[in-house]
Ligand binder design. Structure first.
Ligand code: RYJ
Ligand code: ZN
Length: 260
């Protein structure tokens, strides 16, 4: 039998709660096989309300570039969809490839998109801090939006114009008004499944909400992502490209769709 002591051994000393570890059963990203997704009529529409003035800054963290928001109040939140509570927007970032043939983290019927946007939210109803929410099964909700090559995206351009200022790792610039809802497709359709962070600590705390329709961006805008660097100023330059995690096994999971 698992003695009390052993059971406690499974608890992470810092959090006093079970810490799921990578190599787990709900890792991300995954391939979404359209025909295997199951329509769930009980899924609600996702309600998104962002306050553009909660935008704080853009920074290059050496993995991607993040646009961070003031998450000290409930001014920028999502609610509904597969979510039990409302979740607060903390940051959004992207993953992209060196060329247009790949770059997204999730795939649809094994098709890669050239890039993928992640809007990261946390369950401030049940957890006191983002760091704690990261450790809990229902702690985070990430909206994934695919980017495809097409027309220039005017809303994205304001972000693209600021990227040269965060070319190097650990650089940051003030960015004080931006409404991320301009980066969402108008179509409400999405897939949803239980997954994880796609970068370390890879904790299995994310309810993924993947929009069915991509947004269009043009070649110059994708090239602007590719001129960012993984490296700090003064180091040998390494272009920030192919910052996506390999596909993970679906294991015992079902992807639900909000549409028929
Ligand atoms: N690519 S992803 O799955 O949307 C993703 C989203 C957020 C984080 C993140 O905040 N890592 C820092 C933390 F939480 F302290 F570990 C990592 C990955
Ligand atoms: Zn991401």
């Amino acid at each position: 039998a698992c003695s009390r002591k052993n059971r406690n051994a499974a608890l992470h000393p810092l959090w006093q709660s079970p810490l799921t570890i990578p190599g787990g059963t709900r890792q991300s990203p995954i391939n979404i096989q359209w025909r295997d997704s199951v329509y769930d009529p009980f899924l609600k529409p996702l309600k998104i309300s962002y306050d553009p003035t909660t935008c704080l800054h853009i920074w290059n963290n050496g993995y991607s570039f993040l646009v961070e928001f003031d998450d000290s109040t409930d001014r920028s939140i999502i609610v509904g969809g597969p979510l039990e509570n409302q979740y607060r927007l903390k940051q959004f970032h992207f993953h992209w490839g060196a060329i247009n043939d790949w770059g997204s983290e999730h795939t649809v019927d094994s098709k890669f998109y050239p890039a993928e946007l992640h809007l990261v939210h946390w369950n401030a109803v049940e957890y006191p801090t983002f760091e704690e929410a990261v450790m809990e099964g229902n702690g985070l909700a990430v909206i994934g939006v695919f980017l495809k090559l097409g027309a220039r995206h005017e809303g994205l351009q304001t972000l693209v114009d600021a990227l040269p200022a965060v070319k190097h790792k650990d650089t940051v610039i003030e960015f004080d008004v931006f409404d991320p809802s301009c980066l969402l497709p108008s179509c409400p359709d999405y897939w949803t499944y239980a997954g994880s962070l796609t970068t370390p600590p890879l904790t299995e705390s994310v309810t993924w909400i993947i929009k069915k329709k991509p947004i269009e961006v043009d070649e110059d805008q994708l090239e602007a992502f590719r001129m960012l660097l993984f490296t700090s100023d003064g180091e040998e330059e390494k272009r920030m490209v192919d910052n996506f995690r390999p596909l993970q096994p679906l294991m015992d999971r079902t992807v639900r769709s909000s549409f028929q």
